[in-house]
Design a protein around this ligand. Structure first.
Ligand code: AMP
Ligand code: FE
Ligand code: FE
Ligand code: ZN
Length: 276
């Protein structure tokens, strides 16, 4: 039983369309696949149709850009009602933050001598509502400024690099409540990658659990073995579900293949019990 609860399609910064994602999940031998694009649910319908015709169970989710104690935190939300007005309004605010950031990023790049137009970004970002730095990176790759996404992030787009621009993110505690009110369950994505390691300690997870958090994504490529062990202990102490997932982005991220980390059937059942 192979269960992968965190993957991206072209509806955000992945490179497989939702139906290609489902086809690749079947090819990788997955039994359960969650589609979790950044900040939007527009891939759900296509993925659902593809999964219905294939031998894989689809979990509908999304990965929401949040902030906690000043640090960026990604929150996986499974099966919330996408029509819930309060959830929809907050997601729209996050997407508006993405739209507002793009021209600022492009202005920085132009000043640095690497002009990229919004049209050139649109050519690579395709059908997404959630334009992000990976799309800017893809446009820069096409223009020959960098070799790939990794180089674009390392030289220009990461925090501290000259074309990095901050954007709006939802309050993490409030978002956990919004998703729960919309009937969904939440799991903190890769909590100890990048900056969020500083702020997400045991006490923080206890507070998040009190706000309604269901689980922690422990097995993720960004986590070294010692960090996984410590996170697993915290999850056990706080009775939080432990998940593992690939965070697959197609060819957009190397080494994050479908099924490279998985969730055990027992932990998946605990999560499912919290869903509609
Ligand atoms: P954004 O959504 O614009 O804030 O960009 C963040 C996204 O960029 C994350 O979801 C990652 O998928 C992606 N990302 C971050 N660092 C890298 C990297 N070094 N190479 C490729 N993708 C990256
Ligand atoms: Fe991403
Ligand atoms: Fe993430
Ligand atoms: Zn992700």
């Amino acid at each position: 039983m192979l269960i992968d609860l965190h993957t991206h399609s072209t509806r955000s910064d992945g490179t497989d369309s939702p139906s290609e994602l489902v086809a690749n999940a079947v090819r990788a031998g997955l039994d359960v696949l969650a589609i979790t694009d950044h900040d939007c649910t527009t891939g759900w319908a296509e993925a659902q149709d593809a999964a219905a015709a294939a031998d894989v169970v689809l979990v509908r989710g999304l990965e929401i850009s949040c902030r906690y104690a000043g640090a960026g935190v990604h929150l996986l939300a499974y099966e919330p009602d996408p029509a819930d007005p309060r959830l929809q309004a907050e997601l729209e605010r996050v997407l508006e933050g993405r739209r507002a950031r793009l021209p600022l990023t492009l202005a920085r790049l132009a000043e640095l001598g690497y002009p990229v137009t919004a049209e050139q970004v649109r050519e690579v970002s395709g059908d997404t509502e959630a334009t992000g730095r990976p799309h800017v990176a893809d446009a820069m790759t096409r223009l020959g400024y960098v070799a790939d996404r990794d180089e674009a992030f390392a030289r220009f787009l990461m925090p501290g690099r000259p074309a990095y621009v901050d954007r709006y993110a939802a309050d993490l505690v409030a978002m956990i409540g919004l998703v729960a009110a919309a009937g969904g369950a939440t799991v903190v994505a890769h909590p100890w990658s990048r900056g969020s390691h500083r702020v997400l300690d045991r006490a923080a997870f206890a507070a998040l659990r009190a706000a309604g958090l269901a689980g922690i994504e422990v097995d993720h490529n960004d986590h070294a073995p010692e960090r996984r062990a410590r996170l697993r202990d915290i999850a056990a102490e706080l009775d939080l579900v432990v998940t593992g997932a690939s965070d697959y982005h197609g060819t957009g991220k190397t080494g994050f293949d479908l099924g490279c980390n998985t969730t055990t059937p027992a932990e998946y059942d605990r999560l499912r019990a919290l869903l509609p």
